[in-house]
Structures are given as structure tokens and as C-alpha cells.
Design a protein around this ligand. Sequence first.
Ligand SMILES: [Zn+2]
Length: 195
Amino acid sequence: MAANGKRSRPMECLMQHKTFEAWIFEEDELDEQDAKTLRQHLQECDQCYALKKTWPKVETLLLTAPPVMPAVGFVNRWQARLENQRKQRERRQTLTLLAISSGGAGVALALFSLALLLHFQLFPQNFLETIAQITEWALFLDVAGEIFIGLARTLPAAIPFPLWMGFFALTGAGGVLWLKSFRKLAQFQGLARWA
Ligand SMILES: [Zn+2]
């Protein structure tokens, strides 16, 4: 509120202020009567006068401002997030297949152990030999498993997912073939309950 009185704000200004503000923004579209009223008001009102003086600059600024761009790095971050999600998805798929494959291997190993146990029961004289063999096999499987796990940890990042699909499909097919041969062997040995 100006103190000099000349540019103080009369009461009617307070009442109509919003209207005058709107008029300032669309001054070009005012008819002669309204334009005259506005000019009159501008001489009496500091605030509207200031707005009137400032608005063209603001308007020019708004009209000439470059289009609003996404924050710098936004696209990069977005792409990085997508890439991250894709990697996580592939990792999940690989782990799922690995778990399934490991489950299959576990079942095969259990059957294999049972076969050895059977072998031991049928041929008790080979007990120590069999234990030694089982130990050897266990060690071999342990080492092989560690190598496999090491590969599984490092390779998924380097090898495209379709190749892993092929690898697991082959492993699965191998497991099925192995089980079939095992059943044939069991039948051959006359152990009907294995068939
Ligand atoms: Zn005013």
C-alpha cells in the first residue's frame, strides 16, 4: 500500500481487483469502455499498475521460452531402469530353470543312490568297495557341482537367454534319456518295481 495517496488502492479497487487483473491479461480483447475503465484504474492502483507493467515481460518470456524438456538424465535413468528390470527378469527365469534343473538332478541323484544301495544289498561283499565308490562319486559330483554353480553365476550375464533355454532343454532331455536307460537296466536286472 503506497503512502503517498496518489497511488493508494480505493475500496472499489479491492472489490473489482480480480476483474481488473483479468482485464490486464486480455487487454487486446477489451472494448473501448472497459479499456477506458482499466486505464482509469491503473492510475489509481499500485498493484494493478505494477502488474500491467510486468505482464508483457512475463508474457514475452512465456512465449519465447524453450519447450519444457524432461529433467537432464531422465531418459537415461528411465532406460537404465528398463534395462535393470529386463536383467532381473532374465535372472529370475534363469534361476527358475536352474532350480527346476537342479530338482531334476536331485531326483536323478536320489535314484542313483537308491540303485547303489540296492547294489550294496544284493552284493554285500562289495560293501567297502561300494562305499569307496559312493565317496568317489560324491566328491566328483561335489566338484562338478561347484564348477557348474560357478559357471551358472558368471555365465548368465555373458550368454544370451535363448542359449540358456537350449542348454537346459538339452540337460532335461539328457536326464529323461538317463532315467529311461536306468529303467531298462532295472527291468533287465529283473527289478520290476523300478519299471
Ligand atoms: Zn487494482
